[in-house]
Ligand binder design. Structure first.
Ligand SMILES: Cc1ncc(COP(=O)(O)O)c(C=O)c1O
Length: 426
């Protein structure tokens, strides 16, 4: 049988034209600087450490303490079959109950203040959740204008990326020594607040390690309610404190409830994590908790976007939130390191003991120059403060004179590293 020629099947048809240009991507990405660690690689690309010793990474906030034995025990005991199951978007009842129990214990909350079933979601680390919250909170328009997302300056890079990619305008709130290293909430204009869709706050803060007090947190919540925006409280360093446990936003909401009942956790989402509390950054486990209306919408959104924690990881996370002993031990180790840092650096570079977290925010004159010198002379890798800050309209960058130093190694290593910083920077 002879097939009739079909011109549509002809191999000599017009050649496919290859587009000259790449596909058009989300051009909001172009508004972002490179991620701080990429910038650091570029800054140090042409610098070779003089010393033969192993380089030491004081740049990344990855706890180096051994994770608690409990983590390994629960993972080892998990039935193999659990690995074959897709994890539910809202986790397991046991996970939510463990987080709920911890919140009540830690912040003295009554059992019904945060709803264990309707007010808590698992996060695969707070990073992704802090990213997604901007997608959740950003409408097309707010007050008839482009929505703003308020971000402390300096800031955790994810806030800016999330805001920009959600289509909002990232608006930076200075958090300098003059403002106590926290944004001045009284300086926000009503005009800006009217178009604000989301405010990120971090306490204890990264990189400065300062803690917001209860009055500050109450003010932030009141602003969110008065202007109809979401307050995202990043509390992932809350368990690593020096002298006193940092207050949490739920405590502030509870105090407001006593003054004006009926609001509960309205407008508030709290983010916390096992990465720092339990030295388990690799577990990728945290939670989102708060306003049940926001949690409901978030659950809906996350049914499209969340990869989720495997059931054994959720079981391990539940066990860790249920145990405070390992956290106390962890905290004590960080205090020893801050003691060592204070002995080596006290009285220089504006040193102060961070009230929470494990970073030093040192004022060294020129953060990039100091970073290059420390890498060249001693193989110590730190991060320039300018990589955490956006420049102001006048071009000034408040982070430029600083470096951030992560005290995540053992005490002896930290002590030696801090002595080296003092020697190299003079
Ligand atoms: C301020 C801040 N928020 C959130 C995170 C995210 O931590 P994780 O995703 O491990 O919970 C970090 C991690 O370094 C951080 O510094």
């Amino acid at each position: 049988m002879k097939l009739a020629a079909d011109p549509r099947l002809s191999v000599t048809a017009t050649p496919v034209t290859v587009p000259a240009r790449a596909p058009i991507l989300n051009d909001r990405l172009d508004t972002l600087s490179d991620y701080p660690f990429s910038r650091l690689r570029t800054l140090l690309a042409d610098v070779t450490p003089r010393s033969n010793g192993a380089p030491l990474m004081l740049s990344i906030g990855e706890p180096q303490h051994e994770p608690p034995a409990l983590l390994g025990q629960v993972l080892a005991a998990a039935p193999l079959a659990d690995w074959s199951k897709y994890p539910p978007t809202n986790g397991t009842a046991a996970f939510r109950a463990a987080v709920h129990g911890w919140l009540c214990r830690r912040y003295g909350l009554p059992a019904d203040f945060v709803d264990a079933d309707e007010g808590i979601l698992p996060a695969t680390g707070t990073r992704e959740a802090l990213f997604q919250v901007a997608l959740l909170a950003t409408p097309q328009q707010k007050d008839g204008r482009r929505p703003a997302v308020l971000i402390p300056n300096p800031f955790y890079a994810v806030y800016e990326g999330a805001a920009a990619l959600a289509g909002a305008e990232p608006v930076f709130m200075p958090a300098t020594r003059e403002t106590g290293f926290l944004p001045d909430l009284d300086a926000l204009s009503p005009d800006l607040l009217a178009r604000t869709a989301l405010m990120y706050l971090c306490t204890p803060s990264n990189p400065q390690g300062v803690v917001a007090d209860l009055a500050y947190l109450k003010k932030a919540i009141a602003l969110a309610r008065a202007h109809g925006f979401v307050l995202a409280m990043d509390e992932c360093y809350s368990e690593l404190w020096d002298k006193a446990p940092p207050p949490g936003a739920f405590q502030a909401a509870l105090a407001l409830e006593a003054e004006k009942p009926g609001q509960g956790t309205a407008n508030l989402l709290v983010f916390n994590s096992l990465s720092k509390r339990s030295s388990a950054a690799g577990l990728r486990s945290g939670f989102i908790a708060g306003d049940p209306a926001l949690i409901r919408a978030f659950t809906h959104m996350r049914s499209y976007a969340l990869a989720g924690n495997a059931l054994p990881a959720l079981a391990a996370a539940a066990a860790l939130w249920g145990d405070d002993t390992h956290v106390e031990e962890n905290r004590n180790l960080y205090r020893l390191k801050i003691d060592a840092a204070e002995a080596a650096l006290g009285g220089r570079y504006g040193f102060y003991r961070p009230a929470g977290g494990f970073f030093l925010w040192l004022e060294v004159g020129d953060g990039e120059a100091a970073t290059r010198a420390l890498w060249r002379e001693a193989g110590l890798r730190v991060l320039p403060g300018a990589y955490f800050t956006r420049s102001a309209a006048d071009g000034g960058n408040a982070g430029q004179p600083f470096i951030r130093v992560a005290l995540v190694h053992d005490t002896e290593t930290v002590a030696r590293a801090c002595e080296t910083i003092a020697r190299v920077l003079g």
